[in-house]
Design a protein around this ligand. Sequence first.
Ligand code: AMP
Ligand code: TRP
Length: 344
Amino acid sequence: MATFPELVFSGVQPTGNLHLGNYLGAITKFVDLQETHDCIYCVVDLHAITVAQNPAELTSNIREVTAAFIAAGIDPKKHIIFNQSQVAEHAELAWVFNCIARIGWLNRMTQFKEKAGKDRENASVGLYAYPTLMAADILVYRATHVPVGEDQKQHLELARDIAQKFNNDFAETIRNVVGADAYFPQPEPLIQGPATRVMSLRDGTKKMSKSDPSDYSRINLTDDADTIAQKVRKAKTDPEPLPSELPGLAKRPEADNLVGIFAALNKQSKEDVLTQFGSANFSTFKSALVDLAVSKLGPIGAEMKRLQADKSYIDGVLSDGSARAKVLAAGTMQDVKDMLGFIR
Ligand code: AMP
Ligand code: TRP
């Protein structure tokens, strides 16, 4: 089997309200991986338009995600930060993958079913084809590792299926063009730790989400200290004190969620948190959580606001990152065209 150099790729949609789930499920992982891997982090604006967007808000949300990446500690000089629409090869490879993926595969995607809701006839074709574009994002760099939250696992599996079918369907021309038995790697999802699925502060059975109408359901990265404190204090809990051991969190989704958030923010395990707070009541635990959340998120929110005000700096990071990404993506597209039999 061919081996591929390790490369990290991930993306975040510029759809506003970046929250603690995005931060703990994805962005902190992006930051850590910089130490061990070459990393490419993308603001996926083409994915954002699978549902209607206001153009001025979209522009501002692209800058917000870029600012969040940098404020959280991603170094745009050592690694690559860019926005998807500046590298046309993503959309080009996505078209090829639309012809590789089967309708039956896409029909199984739960995110489409959730987002399209009851009125499926009226969903955009782009929303349906969303996962093939995501596969193209990753594979146009032949990336091997993809840090994401739990909700993206099924899309990663689809990307693996597309890579494998491409490698099989074009085995002969792959051998001719690059002399290997596979062209695309099987990208591996990196979904680990205590906060791979952060839940709503109002309902421990629902995912924390950008689109929840209640702002009290989530902590936004730009919330100030008072807002964070209020949201944590109002977070739903149950009447029991915290358990001392993990099994005690079963069937207590709100307690489990807050413990997971604390653990992830403090880079601990949930067991460690329970060792410290077992038998504490929620008011004690929530006070500690407020202090921790404010100390970790406060500086990031402040730096995001400062960076967002400097549009020319942000736009410069994106155009520099896009130029560097484009060189890599263009090489892949040339190979793919040769493998498909196109003339270039
Ligand atoms: P999105 O905002 O949908 O582009 O998501 C960006 C990243 O954040 C993806 O890796 C998601 O899996 C992750 N993510 C979004 N919501 C949550 C959540 N509630 N808990 C953990 N990770 C999340
Ligand atoms: N679909 C991802 C989300 O909504 C965003 C995304 C787009 C992505 N392309 C990607 C994540 C490639 C990882 C790799 O969260």
